[in-house]
Design a binder for this molecule. Structure first.
Ligand code: KIV
Length: 342
């Protein structure tokens, strides 16, 4: 039986207890301060016990079984070790190292600026954190469009150096030869159709796709084309739910919706958006539900730290390295009597 948060707090007051309102699952974390006191420096691996209940690794077969059983697949983006640790500990099925990394982690204007090397570096840090979650990484703009050979070379780097399990590519029928080449080499591919931010200049901005007959028919044709080319999953972004539902019914691979209603086989959101890890006033797309406010909590803590540094309330004695009083007196005396170098 899982003890109640109150019972855990009574027995071990130093532990943080989190009870999810969505799943009812209780998770117990050891606080960072107890780690800090055990080790003597901040320059140590992140470590921690972020995943109290070890899970079986999510593989492509796990995802296929979920799809067969009609169990929705949960995917979220992560771009570094802490955000991937959170996603893994919270039981996500898939992590996407999306090229939204460009804006939400690197402060770039849009996704066209991010390079394959940057995607790989971030993917690798995500892979170090994710113990069970299936990792998917975007092929950024310019790394796959030139030829199937270029696409395969980039995909191989993402798997070998980034340690992802699969790659994602934006585009429909026109990238079918690239999908075929990559999947033939044994690398699973996820296609991304509908609103494809890498093509925002051609689409005339971030617009809902498939809103008229011609657009919806083109979307369905793209979905069939990427499925036939070998994609094992397809992301549908910013598509009216009626259209997404029909595409989902007609395909034999799962669809992951982002702004495509809840008839898709699963959902994906950008972690920074859904967790509120951004300054107030940043506009959010209509489809994002904000589940937390990480910015407010971190801001409150950092502001308080600054105030306590200014008032010398921090660090109080509990945050220093103690030595016995007599030893301290002897050392202080020796230091006071020491002559400065000549
Ligand atoms: O880059 C990204 O984060 C994405 C999601 C929005 C699906 O592609």
């Amino acid at each position: 039986m899982t003890p109640s948060p109150r019972a855990v707090a009574r027995l071990r007051p130093s532990l943080h207890v989190f009870c999810s309102r969505q799943t009812g699952r209780t998770t117990v974390f050891a606080p960072a301060t107890s780690h800090a006191q055990l080790r003597y420096s901040s320059y140590a691996p992140m470590g921690g016990d972020s995943s109290p209940k070890p899970r079986k690794k999510v593989t492509i077969n796990t995802l296929r079984n979920m799809y067969k059983k009609g169990e929705p697949i949960a995917m979220i983006t992560a771009h570094d070790y802490p955000s991937a640790s959170l996603a893994d500990a919270a039981g996500m099925d898939m992590i996407l190292v999306g090229d939204s990394l460009a804006m939400v982690a690197l402060g770039m204007e849009d996704t066209s600026e991010v390079t394959l090397d940057q995607m790989i570096m971030h993917c690798r840090s995500v892979a170090r954190a994710a113990k069970s979650t299936f990792i998917l990484c975007d092929l950024p703009m310019g790394s796959f469009e030139v030829s199937p050979e270029q696409a395969l070379q980039s995909a191989i780097r993402i798997i070998k150096e980034g340690r992802a399990h699969a790659v994602k590519m934006e585009g429909g029928a026109e990238i079918a030869p690239m999908i075929k080449k990559i999947t033939t080499a044994g690398i699973p591919v996820v296609a991304h159709i509908g609103l494809t931010p890498q093509r925002q200049n051609a689409l005339g901005g971030f617009r809902v796709q498939g809103k008229n007959v011609a657009g919806a028919v083109k979307l369905l044709q793209d979905a069939y084309a990427v499925q036939e080319a070998g994609a094992f999953l397809v992301v549908l972004e910013a598509v009216p739910s009626e259209i997404a539902n029909i595409i989902t019914k007609k395909l034999r691979i799962p669809t992951m919706g982002i702004g495509a209603g809840n008839g898709c086989s699963g959902q994906v959101l950008v972690q920074v958006d859904m967790s509120g890890h951004f300054p107030p006033g940043r506009p959010l797309p209509k489809f994002v539900k904000q589940y937390a406010n990480v910015w407010n909590e971190a801001f409150r803590g950092i502001e308080q730290y600054r105030t306590e540094v200014k008032s010398r309330a921090f660090p109080s004695e509990e945050y220093t390295y103690p030595i016995p009083k007599e030893e301290a007196e002897e050392i202080v005396k020796a230091l006071e009597e020491a002559e400065p170098p000549k």
